[in-house]
Design a protein. Structure first.
Length: 310
């Protein structure tokens, strides 16, 4: 069974676009301001903003991709494009984080003067933009996981901007320019961790991994707990993209439930959707030759396996 997606929510799309515009303005201001004021902290925060901007674009892209039809050559549509984009973005940000660390190390040895007052003003502008973007997303962040992820990204960047402001105040009153490098290292660490999370998650999805926080055992036990189910075999769970989980399994049904097996399968699908957010399921009633099979089926590379047909 495949659950059809609803039409993209125009309200969510509009708020995401508004947040993207605000974040893009912040990015441009911080890059220009970082070069003008010679502030590595502002440039480091710009890298963090870039990571957030990409997250917002992915969130909007996920909504748009969900409306594209599947085809004979792409039966899952273009949802995996989001994962490839995430992987490329993660590699890019990972390299940027190392560049921040390298430059910050140089400034720890030879601190450079920073024009702290303009830096303060630009960082304050960035904080205001982040808070506006967060307020635009807040309404939908409670019930939409995609928007919630984007909201948390923006709030994380607001915290980084606050750190830059604190550093600007310290430099303005004390002329202690070493703090610019120290703040850069802190933001670089946040960027590095964010890039690592994106790389880890996108690689896990590309390798057809079970969604994080979900276990085969828990799903199998939930299916077995359904009235009329004797056992479950050949259970596969994988992630299509960040918001679509798929499952296939053979279900061994009690003989007395055979006449109403269609209703039982529908109840299992409903349970999987409600309890595990698994929206794409393919369930097959167990064939006699497969009853003794394992819960997880082992695949042999290069060999073909034929299953019982129904």
């Amino acid at each position: 069974m495949e659950n059809h997606h609803h039409n993209p929510d125009k309200s969510i799309s509009g708020r995401l676009i508004w947040a993207i515009v605000l974040t893009a303005v912040t990015l441009i201001a911080e890059i220009a301001g970082g070069i003008w004021t010679n502030s590595l902290a502002l440039l480091s925060d710009a890298a963090h903003v870039f990571l957030d901007l990409f997250a917002l674009l992915l969130s909007l892209g996920a909504i748009k991709l969900s409306s594209l039809p599947a085809s004979e050559t792409r039966t899952f549509g273009f949802h995996r494009a989001e994962v490839f984009a995430s992987f490329i973005n993660g590699v890019t940000i990972f390299l940027i984080a190392w560049g921040i660390f390298y430059e910050a190390a140089g400034r720890l040895i030879r601190p450079e003067q920073v024009n702290s007052l303009p830096m303060l003003i630009i960082a304050a502008l960035g904080l205001a933009m982040n808070l506006l973007a967060a307020s635009a997303l807040h309404q939908h962040s409670h019930h939409d996981l995609n928007v919630r992820s984007a909201f948390l990204h923006v709030m994380g960047d607001a915290a980084a901007s606050l750190g830059v402001i604190i550093g600007g105040v310290i430099m303005y009153y004390t002329k202690w320019y070493l703090v610019d490098a120290l703040i850069s290292i802190g933001i670089g660490g946040v960027v590095f961790f964010g890039a690592w999370r994106v790389l880890r998650e996108s690689t896990h999805i590309l390798l057809e991994g079970v969604p994080r926080g979900m276990t085969i055992a828990a799903v199998a036990d939930s299916i077995r707990s359904m009235e009329g189910v004797r056992d479950v075999h050949h259970l596969n769970i994988w992630t299509i993209c960040s918001h679509i989980v798929a499952l296939s399994a053979h279900i061994d049904v009690e003989p007395s439930f055979k006449p109403r097996q269609a209703r039982l399968l529908h109840e299992i699908e409903h349970m999987l959707q409600e309890r595990f957010h698994i929206s794409h399921t393919t369930l097959q009633v167990e064939c006699t030759a497969c009853v003794s099979g394992p819960v997880i089926k082992k695949l042999s590379h290069g060999a073909r396996h034929f299953h019982c047909a129904h």
